[in-house]
Design a binder for this molecule. Structure first.
Ligand SMILES: *Cc1c(COP(=O)(O)O)cnc(C)c1O
Length: 376
């Protein structure tokens, strides 16, 4: 069976974990956490990066930092993972879903302004498949209406928009280091990127259970105390050690994935030209990280049959997301603004093919040949 995902693993992680084990403490904010955060800050040019136990947690922190209160509205696509919405629902927000663009499957920036009301507090663009949303337009709208922009860049680590790293363009950004993403901290992990000076101190406090403990450790104050709301949003050192090994080899992992992505594209292009399937679109302004390789079939029935066909031939493929506005919680906590022209229709047709670090050309050839045979 060719699996849909394999956790990225280089072999160097073991050494870093062994080294972490030699240290006195494995609690959060140790040397490996600092190394990872520094790496992220230098590589992506953000003010501050904070490792978190997941992207979900990073998003929860953004909702607190944006001052979301019950009754506030937050605009986002419906075609996304539940955490994008949950983080804000936990603060009492009402979610306003906007349709996606059929090319990138990202939020349609042209529909955002119409969804803004006096209650709107934030826009949450999700960079689907590591391909950027139209951030220039989104930032302009946000500035005009004085809204926060929080990038769900869970899938966008090492992708750029006009040369800028995803996650560093909005006021806040969130990365995922879950094992299904491009880089992992050994299963679960994430990071919060803070791109405006004024939120840095509060982010540090919220992450440390609402205390000013970090300032205490730096010798800036003589005792630490409870100063704000907060939770425990820092991962342990073993996770950071695993992640650091991967970040050091980030270019190598990225190249490997991009090579696979390009091979898929070339080998499937003829089927696309025959009108049998659609292939991903990457706008000029974006360089992407090959987080995902997906195709779109012409109908839901065809997709179900294709996934079944691939499974019979030993290939694991999958689909996602059930549009949030059609889910039980989505109906309760959100509403769809405007017409669902593309969200449900595209979500019904999308198939994700195996994509991971170390996927072989031989397997890609087998997968694409098997897709071709389905259409024959
Ligand atoms: C994976 C993902 C998340 C959640 O990441 P975790 O690290 O698993 O919490 C959130 N948003 C999007 C778009 C994702 O793909």
């Amino acid at each position: 069976m060719i699996p849909f995902n394999r956790r990225p693993y280089l072999g160097t992680e073991d050494t870093y974990i062994q080294e972490a084990l030699q240290g006195q403490s494995l609690a959060g904010d140790g040397p490996y956490t600092k190394d990872c955060q520094q790496w992220l800050e230098e590589e992506f040019h953000c003010n501050r990066a904070f490792l978190t136990p997941s992207c979900t947690h990073a998003l929860e922190m953004t909702a607190i930092l944006a001052g979301i209160e019950p009754g506030d509205e937050v605009i986002m696509p419906s075609y996304t993972f539940v955490s994008t919405a949950n983080a804000f629902v936990l603060r009492g927000a009402d979610i306003v879903f906007v349709d996606i663009r059929p090319d990138t499957l990202n939020i349609n920036e042209k529909l955002i302004e119409d969804a803004i009301t006096p209650k709107t507090k934030a826009i949450v663009p999700v960079h689907y498949a590591g391909v950027a949303c139209e951030m220039d337009t989104i930032m302009e709208i946000a500035e005009k209406h004085k809204l926060f922009v929080i990038e769900d860049a869970a899938q966008g680590v090492k992708s750029t928009y006009h040369g800028k790293a995803l996650g560093t363009i909005g006021h806040l950004g969130a990365y995922s280091f879950h094992e299904t993403k491009n880089y992992t901290s050994g299963g679960e992990g994430g990071a919060l990127l803070v791109n405006t000076n004024d939120l840095e101190t509060r982010a540090e406090i919220i992450r440390e259970k609402g205390t000013n403990r970090s300032q205490f450790f730096r010798g800036q104050i003589d005792k630490y105390t409870w100063v704000d709301v907060g939770s425990s949003y820092l991962p342990g050192e073993l996770n950071a050690a695993y992640l650091y090994a991967q970040l050091k080899e980030a270019d190598h992992i990225n190249e490997d994935r991009l090579t696979s992505w390009k091979r898929y594209y070339e080998l499937l292009e003829p089927l696309c030209e025959e009108g049998k399937i659609s292939l991903p679109v990457v706008p000029e302004s974006c360089s992407h990280n090959a987080h995902m390789f997906y195709i779109k079939t012409n109908s839901l029935e065809e997709r179900t049959e294709l996934i079944q066909w691939l499974k019979q031939k030993g290939i694991q493929s999958t689909f996602h997301y059930v549009p949030l506005h059609t889910s039980t919680a989505g109906e309760q906590f959100g509403r769809f603004h405007g017409v669902d022209k593309y969200t449900t229709e595209n979500s019904d047709r999308l198939v994700r093919l195996p994509m991971y670090y170390g996927l072989t050309l031989k397997d890609i050839k087998y997968i694409t040949t098997t897709i071709r045979s389905f259409y024959e």
